[in-house]
Write a protein that binds this ligand. Structure first.
Ligand code: OGA
Ligand code: MN
Length: 208
């Protein structure tokens, strides 16, 4: 990624607490990530997502209906091609370091998962930081759904930081679109999908 693109992301984050940009990651990486996610899904490697703080996680499909699989950073055998997940994780490390240089966030690690929303699934309004769990500082979402159309639903809604009942903006989850926001700042939700919705989501954290 060239510095210019970082500049735009960081300016957005500084000015409005979020950034939504297309084309930050190369299309071939988006394509390969989708293919790897799809293969893992077809192999039955996803699990139904849960809600609540780490020790009290529960499955409540009316609140959260997606299925997830954490990214795998296995590099493959020597001489084998690097997986898309590992290429993405390399890129996310560069971004983590740049975020630290710019914002002094002390981000020490990250965690990312694929997410699949089947038709009908959504995710009610929530914050990505749980009470007493302040370590998620920056949320990252990268949309992967191929051939999406506006009727497919699954929009991301961001709500006002000071007035969580007021919708602030709605993001169409278009393939290749990257969303970053400050995890402690923005309530958000996912409207029910009408066609399978694919994404990669994760957090940069300030704990070791
Ligand atoms: C999440 C989330 C939003 C999206 O997984 O916590 O809010 O648009 N995802 O996928
Ligand atoms: Mn969220």
């Amino acid at each position: 990624m060239i510095d210019r693109e970082y500049d735009a992301l960081f300016r957005d984050l500084a000015e409005q607490g979020f950034s939504c940009r297309d084309g930050v990651l190369p299309p071939d990486l988006i394509h390969d990530l989708y293919e790897e996610g799809l293969r893992a899904w077809q192999a039955g490697d996803f699990s139904e997502a849960r809600v609540g703080p780490p020790q009290q996680q529960r499955r409540i499909p009316s609140i959260r209906g997606d299925s997830i699989r954490w990214l795998d950073d296995r590099r493959g055998e020597a001489g084998q091609e690097q997986t898309a997940q590992s290429r993405f994780l390399d890129w996310s490390e560069t971004l983590r370091q740049a975020l630290n240089q710019h914002f002094f966030l002390g981000l020490q690690r990250s965690e990312f998962h694929f997410a699949h929303y089947a038709p009908g699934a959504g995710y009610g309004r929530h914050m990505d930081q749980h009470r007493g769990q302040p370590h998620r500082r920056i949320t990252l979402i990268l949309y992967l759904t191929p051939e999406r159309s506006p009727e497919d639903g699954g929009e991301l809604c961001l709500f006002h930081p000071e007035d969580p009942d007021r919708e602030w903006l709605r993001v169409e989850p278009e393939r290749g679109r990257l969303v970053l926001f400050r995890s402690e700042l923005l309530p958000h939700s996912v409207l029910p999908a009408r066609r399978p919705r694919w994404s990669l989501t994760g957090w940069f954290r300030n704990d070791p």
